[in-house]
Design a protein around this ligand. Structure first.
Ligand SMILES: Nc1ncnc2c1ncn2[C@@H]1O[C@H](COP(=O)(O)OP(=O)(O)OP(=O)(O)O)[C@@H](O)[C@H]1O
Ligand SMILES: Nc1ncnc2c1ncn2[C@@H]1O[C@H](COP(=O)(O)OP(=O)(O)OP(=O)(O)O)[C@@H](O)[C@H]1O
Ligand SMILES: [Mg+2]
Ligand SMILES: [Mg+2]
Lengths: 161, 154, 154, 161
């Protein structure tokens, strides 16, 4: 399985038009100038799959992920993550949607049908995707793996086991 | 629980030693249980000995050396229990050109089975990608465009 | 004490606005007293508005944007009360090629009066240096060699 | 004034031979592979002038700055910092020496004569050099200037004033 594309609406710097961000199989490089919106793609993945906190997505709270211009914040932000060849999750189609509303409410959908976060996480685990997992390394974080305490490192291995 | 942990630990440890040796040109690294009889009463320590040097405290290592050790551990876990995708954001920030190249090569090798989404500012790492997503912004709005290699752009 | 602080603050603030505007191509930045009547009962906040964008929380800014703002503040202080030398270690880690070039240019301009010792992994920043100290190590022992430009080495 | 050269003996990765590291006027670039010893030059400056703590020089304590090979640590480490055109400090010659002994004792010399750290710092202040000053930015630290609290930022400006 792999992420084929991400569709974002009102998410961080990606403006108000529904925008398709292609990804695809293999080694995908994300390049561009400082401040362009590269790390925001990682935030879209983390947000969409419910893998992190607003702090790690550099937002004061989840509503700060909603596109805002000159003090005007949109009513909601939506991210749709499309997985190709998703049989490992037990599905032939696998689209995860998450919406955050201006009032702070948030919901998830799997293939268009509402799902609870913890049930989504049980399914994602089949693809080796976990909350606080080790497949997502945010900007500046790489060295943490060697700087954590021995006990924290043991816990990482326990989680994997 | 003990046997599940030990199986994971032994596999990850074996991978870690082998991967680090490769990226550090015969340097050595190891993972050790602080308490061998009762692993859960102690942690897991990391030992790193870059080529030609003594074993070092991880805190004394240079930024680039720490990055190589960290990447080796991530790949060691990945070889034991892969995730379907990995997202790395500027993990090459403190790597010299040669190590950035080596890392690009390693990611390329592993990407036949696993998806790697890698944000980088380094041309020599971007050159290993199967395709590139270029991100730009105008008046605070981001957009993307897709191309095969950086040569198309410059 | 109040007047010494206000003189420093006003000068550094003026420098900061001007330097940031230059490195960000007409972006805006400012330093503000949290408590204008009694500066010592509040702190000094920093506001940054990159070109084409809104004013942002510093935490929401990208790594490269934060580096530009930080460098602008260091240079703002330097223009008010210079030190005889500056030592910068991989400050370009999160800068794209264009911003690394701009930073190299800026350091070069200021280096006629002030010494800048700059550790860098980036060729396009090293190219601005008056001379280069190459550091290598063998069997864990470091040594240096001096050369004028990277072209001498490759 | 500028640092003309640094002479190191048994300091960090610089081995047991007395080694002269040239610096000089203007814009000096320090380049080389990962782990070569570049940042250790910054540590030599910080150590020699007494500007930082052992933690910021990545040493468990000052004696860890002494060159060590296969468990054998030398008896002392010495750094000599030569300033050219040092009139701003009130001197025609300006060489700062600092020695750290294996037992943890440390001393400073100015032009060969023992000096106390705080007296040295009063002289260095004439050149805009302060403990915890802003002229030394260690690896990974650049973003701290924008991430500190408003109160800390005010204190920085107070120090400069
Ligand atoms: N809710 C939002 N609305 C509008 N813009 C936002 C929002 N949240 C973040 N941004 C903008 O996104 C930009 C940061 O994008 P991002 O961190 O993805 O950049 P980047 O390409 O990774 O840059 P770098 O190479 O410097 O790391 C910031 O300029 C920020 O103002
Ligand atoms: N007391 C010591 N004795 C011997 N070697 C030491 C000592 N202290 C540190 N070192 C070595 O110095 C090396 C680190 O050097 P340094 O941090 O200067 O590298 P660097 O060139 O800055 O690398 P990078 O580009 O990765 O930041 C480490 O390999 C460490 O083992
Ligand atoms: Mg980024
Ligand atoms: Mg370094």
């Amino acid at each position: 399985a792999y992420i084929e594309k991400i569709v974002v609406t009102n998410f961080k710097s990606y403006g108000t038009e529904k925008l398709e961000i292609p990804l695809g199989e293999g080694f995908i490089g994300i390049v561009g100038p400082n401040g362009a919106g590269k790390s925001n793609i990682g935030d879209a993945i983390s947000f969409g799959l419910g893998l992190s906190t607003s702090k790690t997505m550099r937002a004061k709270n989840l509503t700060h992920l909603i596109y805002s211009k000159q003090g005007h914040r949109e009513d909601f932000a939506q991210v749709d993550i499309y997985f190709a060849k998703p049989q490992i999750f037990g599905y032939d189609e696998f689209v995860i949607t998450r919406i955050i509303y201006k009032d702070g409410k948030s919901l998830y959908k799997l293939n268009g049908k509402i799902i609870r976060e913890k049930d989504l996480h049980l399914i994602l685990a089949k693809g080796g995707i976990y909350k606080e997992g080790y497949n997502i390394v945010l900007q500046g974080d790489i060295v943490k793996f060697v700087k954590i305490t021995p006990t924290e490192r043991r816990k990482i291995i326990e989680d994997v086991a | 629980k003990y046997s599940a942990f030990m199986e994971a630990f032994n596999n990850i440890r074996k991978n870690f030693k082998q991967i680090y040796s490769k990226v550090s040109y015969q340097g050595k690294a190891d993972l050790l249980l602080e308490n061998e009889e009762d692993p859960f009463s102690g942690g897991v320590s990391i030992f790193v000995k870059p080529r030609g040097k003594d074993v070092q405290y991880v805190e004394a290592m240079s930024g680039g050396e720490q990055t190589l050790a960290a990447m080796s551990l991530i790949f060691a876990i990945q070889e034991y229990k892969p995730s379907v995708f990995y997202y790395f954001d500027e993990i090459d920030a403190h790597l010299d050109e040669a190590n950035a190249y080596l890392l690009g090569q390693m990611i390329k090798e592993k990407s036949d089975k696993v998806q790697f989404i890698v944000v980088t500012l380094r041309e020599n790492l971007a050159n290993f990608a199967d395709k590139l997503i270029g991100v730009t912004s105008k008046d605070g709005i981001s957009k993307t465009l897709t191309f095969k290699s950086l040569k198309e752009v410059s």
